[in-house]
Design a binder for this molecule. Structure first.
Ligand code: TYD
Ligand code: MG
Length: 496
């Protein structure tokens, strides 16, 4: 007979305590402990499941004693190519047999669509079991027919009990299992609701162990909450081999897929998709995709609106150009507001501090809003200089030329620091028709030919300090600064 045990489990980090705690002693979260009743599983049931696992052939090699590294036979993984080339690149060349991949993203971002498309290209040669615990079989079928899936080798399983799911995997032994989603399946021995931390951990553990033993790759879908944390969660990141994050603005079509952990490859590559009527479309050279309407201004040599700058960064094989907008206004609050959308908040505060101290802008009494257009989180310091110029042009009511790209990290002493792959960004900017670039003086030049080729088509202005960028690009900005100072009662910061 199964015994019932009650435990208090932190829903943020998975820490277990015998009694309620107002604050988790492990991660410090307040009010995160929730009581979960766990049934002590009878040994006979455990034995039964162990038997299932041992009956599966082709398990992962393990040794009884330590073995010299050079004596370990290197496994030549035959990766399963998903048929979506940029997804394969993100995975490091395809899906490794027996690996467990977590696909995380906000609800509605397109996880199920992406995985059905993976199934579509794989089902010509392989068998796939799609555990659809969220949607009914007919819902999946409706979407599948929209995506043009034949469905001969794609098996839909709408079970939610993880033990039954494991039995089905064991009987069918497919080439790929997709679990959509981990938050909607449950373990019958745990009484807490599906999606709670114990359920997520236990169900994932069952699926992972059966996948490893049978050498079947599994893709697990995990919803993330508003704060961007994989719900129920961090525990899952440690258990799986690859964590893929799917992000973008649901209101817009663009989606970015990146690996935030990969045991079988790098985490440098990204895949960009556009969500269309017939599913997700790969975008191989995104470049100016996010600038869309802006590109007309580039070719006609117009000016941008005050408070706007073009920033760029390179990630994997992609170079992305984005528009950053700033709005600086007189604050009615005693603590002026600083709001950052798609940009790191503490980086914004740092840039504001540098602008005050090293350039002399008066921002202490002003609200500053920053938005990186396109719905992406631009977590790259190469955009610092652009953000600084956007804030300055909004304050001074000046405009930057539309054919200008800014790259450079702003250091605390006001120096412009080098960013990775600046040569690649400049090359791509030249191809797209940009004619001016402000880049760090210390940038590493890839090779002299590259430099010359760029120099002919694009004017590269190298700057060492942030003030130089201002002098170069906003003529007479000091005069405008005096005017803005006259219009504010706040003390003028030191210029150093
Ligand atoms: P979905 O894959 O269900 O998201 P998730 O599994 O991450 O919750 O996709 C959600 C959105 O994608 C849905 O609101 C509609 C849109 N969509 C399209 O625009 N085109 C399509 O072909 C499909 C299948 C979905
Ligand atoms: Mg879904």
């Amino acid at each position: 007979m199964a015994k019932l045990k009650s435990k208090w489990i932190c829903q943020e980090c998975g820490f277990q305590a015998a009694a309620f705690l107002g604050r988790c002693t492990e991660c410090g979260s307040w009010n995160s402990m929730s009581e979960e009743v766990i049934r002590d599983i009878s040994s006979s049931k455990n034995n039964e499941r162990a038997l299932i696992r041992s009956s599966i052939q082709g398990g992962v090699n393990s040794f009884d004693s330590p073995v010299a590294l050079k004596e370990i036979k290197k496994e030549n993984y035959e990766r399963l190519a998903t048929g979506i080339s940029s997804l394969d690149e993100v995975l490091g060349g395809g899906i490794v047999p027996g690996s467990v991949i977590l696909l995380a993203g906000e609800p509605g971002i397109g996880k199920s669509t992406l995985l059905l498309q993976v199934a579509k290209s794989l089902e010509t040669k392989h068998e796939i079991v799609y555990i659809s615990a969220e949607e009914s079989a007919s819902q999946v079928s409706l979407r599948a027919s929209r995506l043009g899936i034949v469905g001969e080798n794609l098996y839909i399983d709408t079970q939610q009990d993880v033990l039954t799911i494991c039995e089905h995997i064991n009987t069918k032994k497919p080439n790929l299992v997709i679990v959509d989603s981990i938050q909607t399946i449950y373990h019958p021995d745990i009484t807490s609701t599906p999606g709670s931390i114990s359920q997520v951990r236990q169900t994932a553990e069952e699926i992972i162990s059966i996948a490893r033993a049978a050498n079947i790759p599994v893709i697990i879908v995990g919803h993330i909450n508003k704060e961007g944390v994989i719900a129920g969660p961090k525990v899952l990141e440690h258990m799986v081999d690859v964590v893929l994050q799917f992000e973008g603005d649901k209101a817009k079509q663009l989606r970015i897929l990146r690996a935030i952990k990969n045991r079988f490859g790098t985490t440098n590559e990204i895949a960009i998709f556009s969500m269309e009527g017939a599913g997700l479309n790969e975008i191989n050279h995104a470049g100016a995709f996010f600038l869309a309407d802006h590109m007309d201004k580039v070719s006609s040599e117009q000016e941008l609106s005050p408070g706007t700058a073009i920033i760029a960064y390179s990630e994997g094989n992609q170079v992305l150009f984005l528009e950053v907008q700033a709005l600086v206004g007189t604050s009615v609050y005693s603590n002026p507001r600083r709001v950052a959308n798609g940009w790191d908040y503490s980086r914004l505060l740092q840039i504001i501090a540098v602008l005050e101290k090293k350039v002399g802008l008066t921002l202490a009494t002003r609200d500053v809003y920053i938005n990186v257009v396109g719905g992406l989180d631009f977590n790259h310091p190469s955009g610092d200089l652009g953000v600084a110029l956007a804030i300055a042009t909004s304050l001074l009511d000046r405009a930057l030329p539309a054919n200008l790209v800014t790259i450079g990290e702003v250091g605390l002493t006001g120096e412009i620091r080098q960013v990775s792959e600046s040569e690649k960004i400049i090359k791509e900017a030249t191809k797209l028709g940009f004619r001016q670039v402000i880049a760090p003086k210390t940038r590493r030049k890839a090779n002299s030919t590259n430099g010359k080729e760029n120099a002919n088509k694009i004017k590269i202005s190298e700057v060492e300090f942030i003030k130089e960028a201002f002098n170069l690009i906003i003529p007479d900005w000091q005069k405008d600064l005096q005017n803005t100072r006259r219009s504010t009662k706040s003390p003028v910061p030191n210029q150093s």
